[in-house]
Each structure stands twice: as C-alpha cells, then as structure tokens.
Design a protein around this ligand. Structure first.
Ligand SMILES: Cc1ncc(COP(=O)(O)O)c(C=O)c1O
Length: 420
C-alpha cells in the first residue's frame, strides 16, 4: 500500500484480532474468499436499480452476481422462490429493519418490539433510533422470574395496543424463540410478524435452531454474525397479494439508498455458498456446544447466567449480582486488559445504567470459527473467573456466597425450551 498510515493501522488491527479471545456475540471471522470478494473490482460499479432494470449501463455481470446472491439466500433457508422473495441490497441490519418499517408501517404507526434493556435492538423502536421517532414503540420484555419470553403476556399487550407490526428476534436473548407463539401474538393484533434473525441466522442455516419462515411475514437478517459473512443484510418477504416484496424493494431503493454495494453483495453470495456446505452444519452445532460449555462452567464457578443458560451462541452473564459482583463495564474493561474481548450489556430489569450495566454478553461464534471446542471453553471460563477476581468495584464476598445462583440444570426446570 502507498498509504503507509492505513496499511499500518490494518496491520495493527489484524494483530489485535489475532492476540485476543473474541467473545463479542455479534462478530465472526470471514474466510479469505469473502475478503477477496469484498476487496474486488466490483466496488467500482454503480448499479442503481435491480437486476434487469438498472439506471446505469455495464451491469451484465453485476446482475448475475445479485441474482446468485438472491437464489443462494432462498436456497439456504429452504424457501420456495415462488412464495418468498429476498432483497440483498440493504447495507446493514439497521437500514434493513428501517426499510421493512418504511414498507409496511404507516406514519405514526405502532412497532411492538422488545425493549433495549431486555435484549431488543435499537431498531426495534427504541426512542434514540429513528424507528422510535417515526413510529411508536410498544415495548415488551421477558418475565421477571424466568427471564424468558412469556407469550401469553405478549398476547395481552398485542390485544390491548394493536400494533401494526410485531418484531421477534433479539440482540441479547440466549434462548430459543417459539416462532409459532410469536405468530399468535401478531395475530391478536392483526399485525405483521417481522422476524429479526440477525443473531441466530447461521444457527438456523446450520439446522440447530428453529426456522421462523413458516410463521413470519418478513424476515431480516444481518450476514455478519453467526452467518459468517460480510457486514450486510438480507430481507425476505412472502410473495402474495399484499405485495410486501415490491414494497420492500421500493423502500430499499429508491426509498432509502442509491447504488448497492456490489462488492459486498458478491461477498454475501460467497458466504451463503460457504454456509450451504456440510462443514457449516458442524460449525453451527459446535457454536452451541461451546456456548453451553462456557455457560455451564461460568455457572459452576458461581457467576449468574441470565435465564440460567443458553440455547444459542450467546450468554448473558449477570456480573453485578446485586452488588456482590462487578459491574458490566468494570468486567468488560478488566477482561479487555487481559485480551478477552466482550461487551458490557444490560440484563433484564437492570437497576444500573446502560453505560455501566449489570452484565456482559458473551458469544462463541468467532472463537468456534477459530476451532475452539468445549474443553477450551472450560479453560476460558476459568480464565475469565480469575481475571474478574478480585473485583475492584465489588463489595467483598466469598465463593460460598455465590453457590446459590441458578445452575444450568435448575434453569431447564424453570421453563427453558428443550435443547435442539
Ligand atoms: C437483532 C439485531 N438486529 C439488527 C442489528 C443491526 O445490525 P447493524 O449493526 O448491521 O446495523 C443488530 C446488530 O447488532 C442486531 O443484533
């Protein structure tokens, strides 16, 4: 590179990634082929419009790339192209969710989404997001006792509030979502069911997490989390008399964007090709095994796992434990000093602030890509425990005091869904 400064910064970031343990639940490591597509000449091309109907010339091969990405996306999620359409142009998850609302929710309409502090995403109608300014959020959360979704409670909210759209699928919910029950929630309001599959899409593609497509009207997923692709998003919609697919295409372009990022769409196609291989199923299975092993060992060491365990790649750890432990920020900072990268996270009914919440969120997608197995997770849990002890902001307490926190076994009796 002639730009020595950027070359150096890329090298430094590469070295940082190499030396650290990456437990950020929304990150992963893409293949060399995905990187190659991202860094290809396709970035030079303008292609406003859709295949066969572009506003620029020279899109012969670009059209093929986009069609390939679309057909691979439908095939990966076992969808009939006569019944489902997919838009691959949204630049990332947030603009993709926005496009779905622009296409389907009237101005000042209601978006029923999980609150941020319970595990929803900003774009599920949070007040600081444009999705909470243009539409009214009807918030929901998990049950205080079980820390799980209570579908009957959600039905009551939907019946009373009559939202236009119900958003299911989360940022920090470590359990299996009952998609059929979420359909029933939407039906109580005559609302659309929009599934945000971003976190678990790779697990669905790998057949280790239930698919929502039988129940949803629209499904959005990012490509860069468990699906292990470039930063991007897919928006699936049912093809029927409601013309959701046409409305979504229009909302993406020309509604919200100009030219699609064709190098990114090519990289999406590569990632979808990789996710369709048998090795990806093994990977997805291992991601969940690793998360369960990590959660179990942390719990054994006395840390409180929100909802008592995990059925995904994601673990929410209550590090604060009502003042007996360490705050999420202090935990995250301490871990980072020791090259273990996590993010601080609120826990349901958090009594602390989002800038220094009660928990941390861990995920195993990235480290599983690096070949880690259950035994590595046990070692990692012990390393995390050691780093967090002694805790600078904690009131002193003994290991014995932590033994009454729920264990994995106890939690499944409390209503955790059967593991797949
Ligand atoms: C559930 C969910 N939806 C949407 C997004 C937004 O994706 P992006 O960061 O690509 O805008 C995220 C990102 O973390 C997410 O977790």
């Amino acid at each position: 590179m002639n730009d020595k400064k950027i070359e150096q910064l890329i090298a430094l970031e590469k070295a940082r990634q190499k030396k650290s343990v990456n437990l950020i639940a929304s990150e992963n490591y893409v293949s060399a082929d995905v990187l190659k597509a991202l860094g290809s000449e396709l970035t030079n091309k303008y292609a406003e419009g859709y295949p066969g109907a572009r506003y620029y010339g020279g899109n012969e091969y670009i059209d093929e790339v986009e069609e390939l990405a679309k057909s691979r996306a439908l095939k990966l999620f076992k969808l009939d192209p006569k019944k489902w359409a997919v838009n691959v142009q949204a630049l990332s998850g947030s603009p993709a969710n926005l496009a779905v609302y622009v296409a389907t929710v009237p101005a000042n309409g209601k978006v029923m989404g999980m609150s941020l502090d319970h595990g929803g995403h900003l774009t599920h109608g949070f007040k600081a997001s444009v999705t909470g300014k243009w539409w009214k959020q009807i918030p929901y959360g998990v049950n205080r006792e079980t820390e799980l979704l209570d579908y009957k409670e959600l039905e009551k909210i939907a019946s009373a509030e009559k939202p236009d759209i119900v958003v299911a699928g989360y940022t920090a919910y470590p359990r299996i979502v009952d998609w059929k029950a979420m359909r029933a929630v939407a039906d109580k309001a005559g609302a659309l069911l929009h599934v945000d599959l971003s976190h678990v899409a790779g697990l669905v593609a790998g057949d280790v997490y239930p698919s929502p497509f039988a129940y949803a009207d629209t499904v959005m997923t990012t490509v860069h989390k468990t699906l292990r692709g470039p930063r991007s998003a897919l928006i699936f919609s049912r093809i029927d008399e409601r013309k959701l697919n046409e409305k979504i295409d229009k909302a993406v372009f020309p509604g919200l964007q100009g030219g699609p990022h064709m190098n990114q769409i090519a990289a999406v196609a590569v990632a979808l090709f990789e996710a369709s291989k048998p090795d990806f199923k093994k990977y997805a299975k291992q991601v969940i095994r690793n998360a369960k092993a990590l959660a179990k060992e942390l719990s054994k060491l006395g840390w409180r796992i929100v909802s008592g365990g995990t059925e995904t790649h994601l673990i929410l750890v209550d590090t604060w434990m009502n003042g007996k432990g360490i705050s999420g920020k202090a935990a995250s900072d301490l871990l980072e000093k020791n090259n273990v990268i996590v993010n601080k996270n609120t826990i349901p009914f958090d009594t602390r602030s989002p800038v220094d919440p009660s928990g941390i969120r861990l995920g195993t997608a990235a480290e599983t890509t690096r070949g880690k197995k259950e035994r590595d997770m046990v070692v990692l849990a012990k390393r995390i425990d050691k780093i967090l002890l002694p805790r600078p902001t904690a009131t002193p307490y003994t290991r014995d005091a932590r033994t009454d926190f729920p264990s994995e076994g106890k939690s499944s009796k409390r209503g955790g869904t059967k593991h797949l």
